[in-house]
Design a protein around this ligand. Structure first.
Ligand SMILES: *[C@@H]1O[C@H](CO)[C@@H](O)[C@H](O)[C@H]1NC(C)=O
Ligand SMILES: *[C@@H]1O[C@H](CO)[C@@H](O)[C@H](O)[C@H]1NC(C)=O
Length: 361
């Protein structure tokens, strides 16, 4: 386990900046405040999108915003002591206030559209289910599989079935943390990529949130180490091919799930910059980019097969906004914000001189 503090700062600094280097390094109070301002502006716009489209947001979308709420509250707690951080802290407080009623009301709409699905997964959008990591670690390249399976054999139905067993919310209302042999082997199978892999991690992360510690879950940390090492490898590949659109969703999902699992090396400044740049400025959502940047060479299309495939209960709106994309983006951004708040500034206090938030609308 790595301690927070300086190592996180170094991780954020380690990657060379993306072409237009518009994010300052986060190693000064000013740089940190500027980056924080960018993230908060993006989250503000995304939350306005949520508000406008609430009846259409699916359950996965609500999960992402619920994770964001936890991260924002974590940030508030870190900043509570520091009067110099008050302007930023107030913005976070406003965002939490905007988010809370939306999350509450979303239940009503989810219940209208699919009450049985809501019943099975209601726990995962209840306050208190998602908790911030208590300790930080990082991925080990030595755990990357020698090869990935060619096909991402992910099945949303099977993944859901196993999660329901884990949560203990099946129709026969079994006990939580009890698994069939089928789920045990599905969720620990080596060689997965894409959503198959991210959902193996989600399974163990959910087990941690549910408090499962016995049997298979004695080895939870080991499996999480393996899965996140491979998710890191896939994210580097996505980065190397320029994050062609269909890979962005799984790329952000990997940051969200591994970040929540305590792997701090997913919080790279370069990746933050990329995610900020994908937001649709007008709608505030994330989704399909405007047509022009979609021509891809064959080699890149080939590589993408490791990264794309199914989109979990995807909901794509007519304007190219995606509920799942947006949810993953806000939960990833919330993680970046939390990490920025978590490591102490190099020389004591954050100063407020450049506190005017950039990019404000
Ligand atoms: C969904 O609606 C039904 C019928 O109105 C109600 O009994 C149930 O409690 C609702 N579920 C949730 C989670 O709100
Ligand atoms: C629930 O239990 C009943 C009776 O034991 C059984 O017939 C049914 O298949 C079970 N359903 C599920 C989803 O396991």
């Amino acid at each position: 386990m790595a301690s927070p503090g300086l190592p996180l700062l170094l991780l954020l600094l380690a990657a060379p900046p993306l072409q237009p280097s518009w994010l300052p390094p986060p190693d000064t109070p000013e740089g940190k405040a500027t980056i924080t301002g960018f993230i908060l502006s993006a989250l503000d716009r995304a939350t306005s999108f949520l508000k406008k489209r609430l009846p259409e947001i699916n359950l996965d979308g609500v999960v992402g915003f619920r994770m964001l709420e936890v991260q924002l509250k974590g940030v508030q707690e870190k900043w509570a002591q520091d009067s110099q951080l008050q302007p930023l802290s107030l913005r976070v407080g406003k965002l939490v206030e905007k988010l809370a009623p939306l999350l509450h009301d979303s239940i009503f709409y989810l219940n209208l559209s699919d009450p049985e699905y809501l019943r099975q997964f209601h726990l995962t959008i209840k306050p208190g289910f998602w908790k911030l990591p208590r300790a930080w670690t990082h991925t080990e390249a030595s755990m990357v599989y020698p090869t990935f399976e060619q096909e991402d054999s992910f099945s949303e139905e099977l993944s859901d079935l196993c999660l329901v067993q884990l949560l203990g919310t099946g129709t026969n209302s079994s006990q939580p943390c009890r698994l069939s042999n089928f789920c045990r082997s599905l969720m620990t199978r080596p060689g997965c990529s894409g959503y198959c892999l991210s959902h193996q991690l989600l399974f163990f992360l959910s087990a941690r949130m549910r408090g499962c510690t016995r049997g298979l879950f004695r080895q939870s940390q080991h499996y999480m180490n393996v899965f996140c090492a491979n998710m890191m490898d896939l994210n580097r590949r996505a980065d190397a091919i320029g994050y062609a659109y269909p890979t962005r969703d799984i790329f952000m999902e990997n940051i969200v799930f591994c970040g929540m699992s305590g792997f701090s090396d997913f919080y790279k400044l370069r990746w933050l910059q990329a995610i900020l740049s994908w937001q649709k400025p007008r709608e505030g959502c994330y989704g399909e980019p405007a047509a022009e940047d979609e021509e891809l060479p064959k080699a890149i299309q080939y590589q993408q097969q490791f990264l794309r495939r199914v989109k979990r209960r995807e909901k794509q709106f007519a304007d190219g906004c995606s509920s799942h994309n947006t949810a993953m983006a806000v939960a990833a951004l919330g993680g970046f914000l939390y990490v920025l708040a978590e490591y102490p500034p190099a020389e004591g206090k954050l100063q407020p001189p450049t506190m005017t938030p950039p990019n404000q609308h």
